[in-house]
Write a protein that binds this ligand. Sequence first.
Ligand code: GDD
Length: 409
Amino acid sequence: RVVAVIMVGGPTKGTRFRPLSLNVPKPLFPLAGQPMVHHPISACSRIPNLAQIYLIGFYEEREFALYVSAISNELRVPVRYLREDRPHGSAGGLYTFRDYILEENPSHIFLLNCDVCCSFPLPQMLDAHKNYGGMGTILVIKVSAESANQFGELVADPVTNELLHYTEKPETFVSDLINCGVYIFTPDIFKAIQDSFTQRKDRANLRRTTSFEALQSATKALPADYLRLDQDILSPLAGKKELYTYETRDFWEQIKTPGMSLKCSGLYLAQFRRTSPILLAGSKGSRSATIIDDVYIHPSAKVHPSAKIGPNVSISANARIGAGARLISCIILDDVEIKENAEVIHSIVGWKSSIGKWSRVQGEGDYYAKLGITILGESVAVEDEVVVINSIVLPNKTLNVSVQEEIIL
Ligand code: GDD
């Protein structure tokens, strides 16, 4: 039997995701029309002999209750939200709920970060992991040398794939091979976490008896039950024949900002074209809008037949798209109204916002830059014939003049 754990974090972690995280926990923000966490959950549901999926986080329980019960029914896999009273770090959070996880008596435990976007090659990882025979296998990918320092950089044996060296977000370049935040472990991982706690306590005791200065730095340190998987567990276990790597050559991105969510929405739409094209919009006869692949339109949204939509567009529930509107590379959230002949390009339009006739809401499409897309928060009104370029607009604002490269608070 196998169980899967998805780390969803909590409200303090989502600050780079503002203003979108003001309305909805980041893991529930829609990418390709499905909550972010839906993509790893649905990948987990395809693992043979999967008994349970746990989401571990420190968001309020009620924020996940509806989604968790709906998805359990839909996928016929029990999905359960386990709430930490406060952050314990990625390893500490997992350890907090060890009794729940071990209840199923699993032979293997998948552990996934919620904020990564990839094809989640989980069954292949499981096969590789069984061949290696270690305690854990890490999904890894090669990225450009310039971007590697935002991630855990690692060195693996080219023949055996053993993890030889691991450094979390190093200041000087180590390797262009990075940690994707997707793991498989045997239950021995709990022993490794326990050992790490014990060692930390011993070190702290030792310091306390040696000098006053050390005592000060120890008290400033992280709480005793806070442990990070990468720095505190993986790094010390490198080179001990316990951890191995499995390299993906498919797509992989990390989703820390709204810009990246727009990029990843497009990656998941393209994946749907290969795996579940039924979810995508197609031109059905002369009465439907012109669709340029890939596009998701919620069944309750109303799109005028003369609108032109795509590529990479996702339209949520009850949105209304007027005659002659043009939408390219954007996420349109629930209850948005886009009026006649408006254009929305490289942008995210927040819940209940409205965009006036002949208006233009646009970003330059650099998903990695801070102002590379335009983001409208909830209930923003852009009046007729107004142009908004590369800007972030906080909730409840009305724009009656054009703006460019501005953050409107
Ligand atoms: N439940 C819970 N509790 N989840 C947490 C906590 C916690 O206290 N802290 C972090 N998480 C979740 C986050 O929501 C995220 O899904 C995952 O754990 C990792 O978050 P961080 O520990 O903040 O690390 P990171 O995202 O900056 O980097 C990690 O992931 C990269 C891949 O995306 C590292 O492991 C990197 O090495 C890796 O490249």
